[in-house]
Design a protein around this ligand. Structure first.
Ligand code: SF4
Length: 359
């Protein structure tokens, strides 16, 4: 009778867990580094492609492990160049990754940004967000987060003749509710044995989980932090972001965490602020936002909202946006505006909902 044994997905493991696993097989210590490079530098799909490993070791690995990878289902191409990629997980659930190019006046891509998902769905329930409306389904492992970047990087080279320049964890999910996998994926992306991308090109975006912001500061990743603020007072923020109703994650808690983060890392924090017509775009809102930015070194990224059916929110008018910006600039606040990209393929901020999710 054949003995059954569990096979393990090597790409789901952190670097240290991989080392322990490989050493547990009785392989020499350096073998884990070789395997790490094959997985995260070369992106091989089979152990047989790891040609500097003895054949016996490759066969042993194939007996006890496999190399999991996301299955690309299809992509959607926007008229503005943005590409949304739909991947399937082993569970058959789907996630979305977005590749956003920026072009110069000659039409050459000068920068491409990949927006990755860290969870299927999201438990945070922000009322303006299509992902939030889905609820939470499952966490991605670090290999699955890494695969999105690896795939998008290759697609960027093929389509725009340049590698990915920036990575933002702003797709589906709350990255800090999948903290370990997110940090492991950052390690795989930045490692000199992986994609070797600079941490300063990576931004992790959180809804504002105060305790995790402190943990993130302590992790010394040198990645950037973005906080989804979207409203400058507790009363307004709680009405669109349920997380703000808890004392541990209200604005006062966020303030303490942001001060800790900027002090510990020496990096500014970016506040993401979606402009909703008639809700958070008045002069009083601008002044309240200005007060928040004085907590610690920071900048503000105003996002032109992409309406999602059934949320009831509308985008702020351009004239109102101008007024809002003028108030912030007068207060010497660094402000950028993010315009809608990929709207025609539902790839813009807050619109990711992985079409065709199984029931
Ligand atoms: S805005 Fe972010 S945190 Fe809020 S529900 Fe959407 S994905 Fe989750």
């Amino acid at each position: 009778m054949m003995e059954s044994h569990e096979v393990i997905d090597l790409k789901s493991l952190s670097r240290s867990a991989l080392s322990s696993f490989i050493e547990g097989l009785g392989f020499p210590k350096y073998r884990a580094d070789q395997i790490f490079r094959w997985m995260y530098q070369s992106g091989v799909a089979e152990f047989d492609e790891m040609t500097n490993l003895p054949l016996a070791d490759r066969q042993r690995l194939a007996d006890v492990a496999f190399l999991g990878s996301l299955k690309m289902i299809r992509d959607f191409r926007s008229s503005d160049g943005t590409i949304k990629i739909l991947f399937a997980l082993p569970s058959a659930r789907k996630i979305e990754t977005v590749l956003i190019p920026d072009f110069d006046s000659t039409g050459k891509a000068v920068r491409t940004t990949v927006c990755v998902s860290s969870q299927v769905g999201c438990a945070m329930g922000c009322t303006f967000c299509a992902t939030g409306l889905m609820g939470f389904h499952e966490n991605l492992d670090s290999g699955q987060i890494f695969d999105q970047v690896f795939y998008a990087n290759r697609l960027s080279e093929q389509t725009f003749s340049r590698p990915v320049s920036n990575i933002v964890y702003m797709g589906m999910g709350e990255p800090f509710l999948n903290f370990g996998a997110v940090l492991d994926s950052v390690n795989k992306i930045t490692s000199s044995s992986g994609l070797e991308m600079a941490p300063k090109r990576i931004t992790i975006s959180t809804v504002g989980l105060a305790a995790r912001i402190r943990d993130f500061a302590d992790a010394h990743t040198r990645c950037n932090l973005a906080v989804s603020l979207h409203a400058p007072t507790d009363q307004k923020r709680s009405s669109i972001m349920p997380i703000n109703k808890k004392r541990k994650t209200d604005l006062e808690a966020l303030k303490g965490a942001v001060i800790y983060y900027t002090g510990r890392t020496g990096l500014p924090v970016t506040y993401e602020y979606c402009m909703f017509s008639g809700f958070n775009d008045s002069e009083a809102d601008a002044l309240a936002l200005a007060a928040v930015t004085k907590w610690a070194p920071s900048k503000v990224n105003l996002i032109m909202y992409n309406p999602v059916d059934s949320t009831g929110f509308q985008r702020t008018e351009e004239t109102q946006l101008d007024r809002f910006i003028r108030i912030l600039v007068k207060k010497r606040i660094r402000v950028t505006v993010r315009r809608s990209r990929g709207q025609d393929i539902n790839a813009a901020c807050g619109q990711l909902a992985a079409e065709n999710l199984p029931a």
